[in-house]
Design a protein around this ligand. Structure first.
Ligand code: G4P
Length: 291
């Protein structure tokens, strides 16, 4: 798989600059990442930019991720002094935990405001996250309505906007592209499998074939059951990844007239099954083995 998606460095620099410019206006930064790939779905430059700021890391899409591994990531971040919480913004789960942690993180600010007579001063939070990490879904869920999200598509350059969550939380939505640093091919693959990198720019059969190999390595039982292939350690296990992919496609009925395997169709089925959680709750990266 050859990917070249570190494509908008100028635009990303601009986003990072505008985040830096607005930081003084907020009390806390809420960063969304994808709980299935916490390593690859974060922007390391953002990390250093907001290091002096109170920060809450939201492991979003936790409904799709392996619960135990999410807990391990949360413990890992705790060791680094970062508060992380699981969230399923789509189903509005974890929102109270976010509110509560924002309050805890900003307790001293609220206390100072109270002492000055400003009881009930709302917490101001900047929401940032790479595309597809669920930033818009989270803002909408916290605000309980569809907030017009400032475009995070390249070329769209609008200023930030405030959205009121409730009487205690105001959210600043930062526009702009905030791509992760695509340090490794493995990260690119993870971002593609989870849907952050869109299909048009890559060969999806390669992505699905490699994805199948990763899933078999990490979650052999669930994966082999779903795609009706023999599991590692059993007699029928096919060790060659290409042959295995074709066997899985055949078992799923992806056969063209003339008997040729319809790899494209199976690639789409594989990715849809994974992304929708039908293979199971799967996390591709672990704190002890991020790559
Ligand atoms: P963004 O602003 O960070 O770019 O992400 P956005 O909220 O648009 O969410 C991207 C996709 O992820 C959406 O799916 C959204 O419904 C889904 N999503 C967001 N949060 C969660 C979550 O907690 N759990 C689950 N299961 N899904 C979540 P989509 O509309 O189908 O878009 P796409 O996947 O076709 O890009």
């Amino acid at each position: 798989m050859a990917l070249d998606i570190n494509w908008f460095p100028g635009h990303m620099r601009k986003t990072l600059r505008s985040i830096a410019d607005q930081l003084s206006l907020v009390d806390v930064v809420i960063e969304t990442c994808d709980a299935r790939i916490p390593f690859s779905s974060r922007n390391p430059e953002l990390d250093s930019l907001i290091s002096g700021k109170r920060r809450l890391l939201v492991l979003n899409k936790s409904d799709l991720a392996d619960e135990k591994v999410t807990a391990a990531w949360i413990a890992h971040y705790k060791e680094q002094g970062i508060v992380a919480v699981p969230c399923d913004a789509s189903h509005r789960k974890g929102l109270d935990l976010i509110r509560k942690n924002c309050q805890l993180l900003c307790a001293d600010i609220l206390e100072r405001a109270k002492n000055k007579g400003r009881i009930g001063r709302p917490i101001r939070a900047m929401v940032v996250g790479i595309p597809n990490s669920g930033k818009s879904t989270l803002i909408n869920a916290l605000c309980n309505r569809k907030v017009a999200i400032t475009g995070d598509r390249p070329g769209v350059t609008r200023g930030y906007q405030w959205a009121r969550s409730d009487s205690m939380l105001e959210l600043m939505d930062m526009p702009g592209v905030l791509w992760p640093k695509l340090a490794s091919r493995r990260s690119q693959l993870c971002l593609t499998i989870t849907g952050a990198i869109k299909s048009e720019v890559v060969e999806m059969t390669d992505v699905a074939s490699e994805g199948l190999t990763i899933l078999i390595d990490r979650y052999p039982v669930e994966t082999c059951e779903r795609f009706r292939i023999d599991a590692p350690g059993t007699e029928g296990f096919i060790s060659d990844p290409d042959e295995r992919f074709l066997a899985a496609a055949k078992n799923r009925g992806c056969i063209l007239s003339g008997g040729r395997i319809d790899e494209e169709r199976f690639a789409a089925i594989f990715l849809d099954d994974f992304r929708s959680g039908r293979v199971g709750r799967i996390t591709l990266e672990r704190p002890d083995r991020p790559e």
